[in-house]
Design a protein around this ligand. Structure first.
Ligand SMILES: NC(=O)c1ccc[n+]([C@@H]2O[C@H](COP(=O)([O-])OP(=O)(O)OC[C@H]3O[C@@H](n4cnc5c(N)ncnc54)[C@H](O)[C@@H]3O)[C@@H](O)[C@H]2O)c1
Length: 258
């Protein structure tokens, strides 16, 4: 836990079965105020209402396209206004969860697809972190969590092909470099690298047989729940995790050991 009440900002937190919403809910349960940011603004507002109803926490929602700088600035400005008005405590944690995947084989990828996957997963993390970081530096304490994937470590999976792997590998370098820059500022920057997590990110691109085949390669014998991942994200945001810097935590049930 953190000793002072702060706000956790979570991107990609609207999907009802997604990792982002699970992280936002867990932050709220652990005493944080929460900001839900997502491309799907109505869903973000619905998620915020649900989290507030379940936990009694202060939850603010706003639309954002993490890949679009003016949209990121508008979301940041809206959060800052809430903080300035005393409706939210100062931002203490940022979880960059928004992401998209692509199962398209390399020679069938277009430049548009490549750019889109890199833009949401990698550039989005850059833009949102850049917007919120000055406030963390001013406070002298902060936690930034980034979202990589086992795909970055093992060279892809069934659903995340080359652009996705490249984007999630970029996150690892981003995390290490920023961690070195920010250590003295009281801010930690760490990545999580989940394996298969039971969410809707693969909706329409999978079959029960494929899911069984994926699960059969996991020593723990099941895919991760969103809460398996949320638990690590929120723990990385505690005072207790203050000596982890620039690291990547694997959450893959033993499916990829290195
Ligand atoms: N599910 C898995 O197996 C798995 C494994 C490893 C890593 N991840 C990563 O975890 C993160 C969350 O995945 P998930 O499975 O919960 O996916 P999901 O599709 O359920 O949720 C993703 C959320 O991000 C939002 N989003 C998409 N594009 C956005 C944009 N441009 N701006 C703002 N929000 C945007 C969506 O609206 C959605 O709410 C992603 O970064 C994904 O790559 C997932």
């Amino acid at each position: 836990m953190t000793s002072i009440q702060r706000t956790a900002v979570v991107t990609g937190a609207a999907a009802p079965r997604g990792i982002g919403k699970a992280a936002a809910l867990r932050y709220a349960r652990e005493g944080w105020a929460v900001v839900v940011l997502d491309l799907d603004e109505p869903a973000a507002k619905a998620a915020a209402e649900d989290i507030a109803a379940q936990t009694g926490a202060t939850v603010f929602a706003h639309g954002i396209d993490v890949a679009d700088e003016p949209s990121v600035q508008a979301a940041y400005d809206a959060v800052r206004a809430e903080v300035a008005a005393g409706r939210l405590p100062a931002v203490g944690a940022l979880a960059n969860i928004a992401g998209i995947t692509s199962p398209v084989p390399f020679l069938e990828t277009t430049l548009d697809l490549w750019n889109k996957v890199l833009a949401v997963n990698a550039t989005g993390t850059y833009l949102v972190t850049k917007a919120f970081l000055p406030d963390l530096i001013e406070a002298g304490w902060g936690r930034i969590v980034t979202m990589s994937s086992v795909s970055a470590q093992q060279g892809g999976g069934v659903f995340g092909k080359t652009p996705y792997c490249a984007a999630k590998a970029a996150i690892l370098g981003f995390t290490k470099s920023l961690a070195k820059e920010l250590g003295a500022a009281g801010i930690t920057v760490n990545a999580v690298a989940p394996g298969a997590v039971d969410t809707d990110i693969r909706a329409g691109a999978t079959t029960p047989e494929l899911e069984d085949a994926i699960t059969s390669g996991i020593p723990i014998g099941r895919q991760a729940t969103v809460d398996d991942v949320a638990a690590v994200i929120t723990w990385l945001s505690t005072d207790d995790a203050g000596y982890l810097q620039g690291t990547t935590i694997d959450i893959n049930g033993g499916a990829f050991l290195h």
